[in-house]
Design a protein around this ligand. Structure first.
Ligand code: FPP
Length: 246
C-alpha cells in the first residue's frame, strides 16, 4: 500500500489534522507470540514504535498525544511481564531526559502514579519538570490509568470542594468536572487510534472521548508505522464531525 508520508510530502498538505490524538498501544503480546518470543519482547518492540510515532506526531504538528501505556487492570498480568513494562518506562525516562531539549516535547504522566516505585516517581517528576517549557507537542503517558478511576477522582474532588464551601451544588456541571480530570487545560481528543483489531475503548479517556472519532486497524502495535498513522489522519480528515448537530 502506498504510504502518504505526510511530513515528507513536498506540496503543502490540505489535511485537517486532529489537535489531540489518543492511542491504545495494543497487540504487543500477540506480536511476540507470533514470533515465538516472550511477551516482554513484544513490549520492547512496542516501546520502539511508541518512540517513532511520538517523534513523528511532534514533527507533523500534532499538539497533543495521549498514549495508553498501562491500565489499572494491567497489574493482573504475570509479575515478570509487569516488571518488564516498568523497566521500559524507566529506560524511556532516562533516555528522554537526555533528549528532551532537542525534541521539544512536553511530557506529562496521567493516572494514579502513587503506586509506582520511588525511583520511577522521581524520574517522572524530573521529566515533567525538565520538559515543562517545551513548546512542541504535549505528550501524556497514561500509567496505572483508568477512565472510571479518573471520573471518580474528579467527583471526589468536587465533593471536597462542596464540603469546604468552594463550590455550590447548583454550580456542578460538565465544565467543573472537566477542570478536575488529568487532562484539564487540554482539548479533548479528536481521534482515538486502536491497532490490533480490537474495537473497544477499554477504559481509556472515557470522559474526554465523548465526541472523538475512532480509527481501528488489524496491525499489531509493534508493526504500526508512520505510514499507518498517515492513513488514520487521511481518514480522519474526511470525516464530518457534527458534535450532535446536523
Ligand atoms: C498492550 O498490548 C500493551 C501494554 C499493556 C503495554 C504498552 C507498553 C508499551 C508499548 C511499552 C512502552 C511504553 C512507554 C511509554 C515507554 P498487549 O500486551 O495487551 O497485547 P496483546 O493484546 O496482544 O496481548
Amino acid at each position: 500500500m502506498k504510504l502518504f508520508g505526510l511530513f515528507h510530502k513536498k506540496e503543502k498538505t490540505t489535511l485537517i489534522l486532529p489537535q489531540h490524538i489518543g492511542i491504545i498501544m495494543d497487540g504487543n503480546g500477540r506480536w511476540a507470540k507470533k514470533r515465538g518470543m516472550p511477551r516482554s519482547a513484544g513490549h520492547s518492540a512496542g516501546a520502539r514504535t511508541f518512540r517513532a510515532i511520538t517523534r513523528y506526531c511532534n514533527r507533523i504538528g500534532i499538539r497533543y498525544l495521549t498514549v495508553y501505556a498501562f491500565s489499572t487492570e494491567n497489574w493482573s498480568r504475570p509479575k515478570e511481564e509487569v516488571d518488564a513494562i516498568m523497566k521500559l518506562f524507566h529506560d524511556y525516562l532516562v533516555e528522554a531526559l537526555e533528549k528532551f531539549r532537542s525534541e521539544n516535547i512536553r511530557t506529562r504522566f496521567i493516572g494514579d502514579l502513587s503506586v509506582l516505585s520511588p525511583e520511577l516517581l522521581s524520574l517522572i517528576a524530573e521529566a515533567e519538570e525538565t520538559s515543562l517549557h517545551a513548546t512542541g507537542m504535549t505528550l501524556n503517558i497514561a500509567i496505572n490509568y483508568g477512565g472510571r478511576q479518573e471520573i471518580a477522582r474528579a467527583a471526589k474532588m468536587i465533593a471536597q470542594d462542596v464540603r469546604e464551601g468552594k463550590l455550590l451544588v447548583n454550580n456542578i456541571n460538565e465544565k467543573e468536572l472537566s477542570k478536575r480530570i488529568y487532562t484539564a487545560e487540554q482539548p479533548d481528543p479528536d481521534l482515538i487510534i486502536r491497532p490490533s483489531g480490537e474495537q473497544r475503548l477499554s477504559n481509556f479517556l472515557l470522559w474526554q472521548a465523548a465526541y472523538a472519532e475512532f480509527w481501528y486497524s488489524d496491525i499489531l502495535w509493534p508493526d504500526f508505522t508512520t505510514g499507518d498513522l498517515d492513513r488514520a489522519l487521511e481518514d480522519y480528515s474526511k470525516r464530518n464531525r457534527r458534535f450532535g448537530g446536523v
